[in-house]
Design a protein around this ligand. Sequence first.
Ligand code: URA
Length: 249
Amino acid sequence: MQLQDILYSQGFGTRRICAGLIQQGLVSIAESTPTDAALDVDPQGLRFRVQGVEWEYHAPAYLMLHKPAGTECSQKPSTYPSIYTLLSAPLRQRPQKGAVQGVQAVGRLDQDTTGLLLLTDDGKFIHRLNSPRHHVPKVYEVTTRHPIDETQVRRLLQGVVLDDDPQPVRAAACEAVQPHHLRLTLTEGKYHQVKRMLSAVGNRVEGLHRSRIGSLELPADLLPGQWRWLTPTQVDALRGSGEGAAGAK
Ligand code: URA
């Protein structure tokens, strides 16, 4: 693959800008600084530097972000900064089918929710993880205003009715870890679902943190605001989580 196309595919700008970066000696691979924009390079596993920024070739991109509180998952946030400002610029400029699209969040978390968020430019992956049909489990650590009692846990497991839907929604798992700390596993993602479920059983969410999606746990050393590439093993495991996973590639 031509070096200029590699840079372009990773979001370093238009083909012309990418060619210019190479010709000006601003791109290096290991110890060399090629200036031929059309140089043929194997992109698999390629590490390079663009204007001092270390980059690893990924096509497509799959990453996890530790979403901090006070950020919105929208590209055009209304009140708080967008989570997209926490990502490296190339991730926001990745081309897709000729247009600049960048990576997209796999579902959304509320502005005050913290924790694990996945982002990718693989539309099928987003669809698979978001689809209610696949029941991918998501684990939330909930801090509650009032102590959690047995009745609340039982009702959350049996199902509660939310205002906009006659079908009850239930937790796949629910455990009172401490009097004010509930661990809740959901396999769907309705709007404000955890907050509305807790309110339906007479409690209230004071803090919400997503600790796991499918088999992927938020790493303890990934601090709020930091992101990291997913490994191919993690991507495969996520594709295989939930129901009806066989052949879901
Ligand atoms: N449920 C909520 O209420 N908020 C979130 O951010 C995620 C799940």
